[in-house]
Design a protein around this ligand. Structure first.
Ligand code: 4AD
Ligand code: MG
Length: 477
């Protein structure tokens, strides 16, 4: 008999039909009632074992964490808390779990503890909900771009270029780490390395996506990216997933429009698909915040915040206006910011971003036209020659969630920008080629997928929204 997943089972009527369910035991009470979960939904199914019908040899092995397979009939539940339950005819323990040793006890565990048990945290309600939502959000990304006629381009993970020019690269090498071959002047001889030159894990698929867009019109990437930055924050990972659309014949406004539409589409999709999981996380967060002082609690509950985001236009302001607001702000005047904004040209720190989003505008904000000196080499220089056509999208509780730009399509301008920023032409001949042959205005952005999942799940630490987090000093599992 084919197994039925619990999500589907819970939708059926208590008509006495026979079913087979498989899953992991959460609790087993009175040698009679087993709550079983298979990850397809937040809810458990209750298995009822009639007393004396089952041997001790079996019931003593039905412990939290054990994998079981049960055959029985779907009946109306006698108890409260569930509509239906399974009256068990036959039960088999497929994988035992020692109740003395199983790390997940039927109680609330701290997220830190669960991070150390990342292989088991999928078994908890919180992480089940987070990863079902993460899945739904991924599907929404593909649907959105597919509906809009974008082509999914698989950008490479191994590269020889530094797309952001920020030097935060992980080297990939097969050379003997202890005795690498050396050149005449005692440098490591990367000509002898696997690719015949230095290679790295990609920091972004953007440059490759630009090549795709300048032939296929609209493309997007969705893949892992890697940054060797020493950032110990709740918003940084060394390995994270990024979604990078790139559009030909598009400018900065088109770019902002696409980004806002996409974010709203994914949020709506998750709200439609994951109502239960969201309600669970909403309540979880609400209860957690009860222990916090009033001024540290969110003004809105999770689901309310998502709705608010759907129903309101994002605020769009130029960097210059943002600086003016910040300069006139209380925390700046009272020197409450760690980095006080002195003048135009200052880079925005997360404290500034959070002030704009959470205190000033109280909604998502798009900041555009940044000073060229604080942005990447590929961004299009504006007519003022001081700013570039860049945009960042800032979200409440998260800060920067998207970074993007209209690209510099003029070969001569791009070359002089690269020279200014000391990026050798020889490193990117293929990138320059598309400015030589049929160049055109184009734009794109990168969405940090985990930061987005943080926003929709309300999880405060980015390590809790990726299955196996990698951060400085930590690569377990
Ligand atoms: O702003 P970033 O560095 O932009 C780029 O990589 C561009 N090439 C994107 C493009 O235009 N195609 O990164 C984009 C986003 C950030 O806004 C942030 O959400 C996320 O990626 N991000 C990180 N997320 C987690 N951990 C990190 N270390 C991150 N660094 C960036
Ligand atoms: Mg950025």
């Amino acid at each position: 008999m084919e197994r039925i997943k619990i999500k589907e089972l819970l939708r059926t009527e208590p008509t006495g039909t026979e079913v087979v369910v498989k899953g992991w035991v959460r609790t087993f009470r009175n040698n009679q009632f087993a709550a079983v979960n298979d990850g397809s939904t937040l809810d458990n199914i209750q298995l009822v074992l009639t007393l004396d019908e089952f041997d001790d040899k079996i019931t003593s092995r039905i412990n939290p964490g054990a994998a079981i397979s049960a055959r029985g009939t779907v009946v109306e539940s006698q108890g409260r808390g569930q509509r239906i339950e399974i009256k068990v005819k036959e039960i088999e323990v497929l994988g035992e779990s020692d109740p003395e040793k199983y790390p997940l006890q039927p109680k609330k565990h701290s997220l830190e503890f669960l991070r150390e048990n990342a292989h088991l945290r999928f078994r908890t309600n919180t992480f089940g909900a987070v990863f079902r939502i993460r899945h739904a959000a991924s599907m929404a990304v593909h649907r959105f771009f597919d509906e809009k006629g974008f082509i999914y381009l698989h950008s490479p993970i191994l590269t020889a270029s530094d797309a952001e020019g920020a030097g935060e690269l992980f080297r990939v090498s097969t050379l003997d780490a202890k005795h690498p071959p050396l050149t005449d002047d005692n440098q490591v001889d990367f000509k002898k390395d696997f690719f015949g030159k230095e290679a790295h894990l990609t920091v972004s698929g953007q440059l490759e996506a630009e090549l795709g867009a300048l032939a296929l019109s609209d493309v997007y990437t969705f893949g892992p990216t890697f940054r060797a930055e020493q950032s110990h924050t709740t918003r940084h990972l060394a390995e994270f997933w990024m979604i990078e659309p790139e559009m030909a014949f598009a400018d900065l406004t088109d770019n902002m429009n696409l980004a806002e539409k996409m974010l709203k589409y994914i949020i709506q999709y998750v709200m439609n698909r994951c109502e239960k999981d969201l309600a669970f996380l909403d309540a979880r967060l609400f209860n957690d915040e009860k222990n916090k002082p009033q001024d540290q609690r969110s003004s809105m509950r999770l689901v309310e915040k998502l709705k608010f985001c759907l129903e309101n236009d994002f605020e769009r302001i130029s960097y210059t206006d943002a600086i003016r607001i910040l300069q006139n702000s209380k925390p700046n005047k009272k020197k409450k910011f760690q980095y006080v904004i002195e003048e135009w040209g200052a880079d925005l720190q997360s404290e500034h971003e959070r002030f704009l989003v959470e205190k000033h505008f109280k909604k998502p904000v798009i900041i555009y036209n940044y000073p060229k000196d604080i942005k990447a080499f590929y961004m299009r220089v504006n007519e003022d020659l001081k700013t570039v056509a860049a945009m960042d999208i800032l979200f409440p509780g998260i800060g920067e969630i998207i970074g993007g730009a209209q690209r510099e399509e003029r070969l001569n301008v791009l070359l002089s920008r690269m020279e200014e920023m000391k990026i050798p032409e020889e490193e990117l001949p293929w990138y320059l080629d598309i400015r030589k042959y049929g160049s055109c205005p184009h734009a794109g952005y990168g969405l940090g997928f985990e930061r987005f999942v943080q926003f929709v799940t309300g999880m405060s630490n980015i390590r809790d929204v990726i299955p196996f987090p990698r951060t400085p000093g930590s690569i377990a599992f």
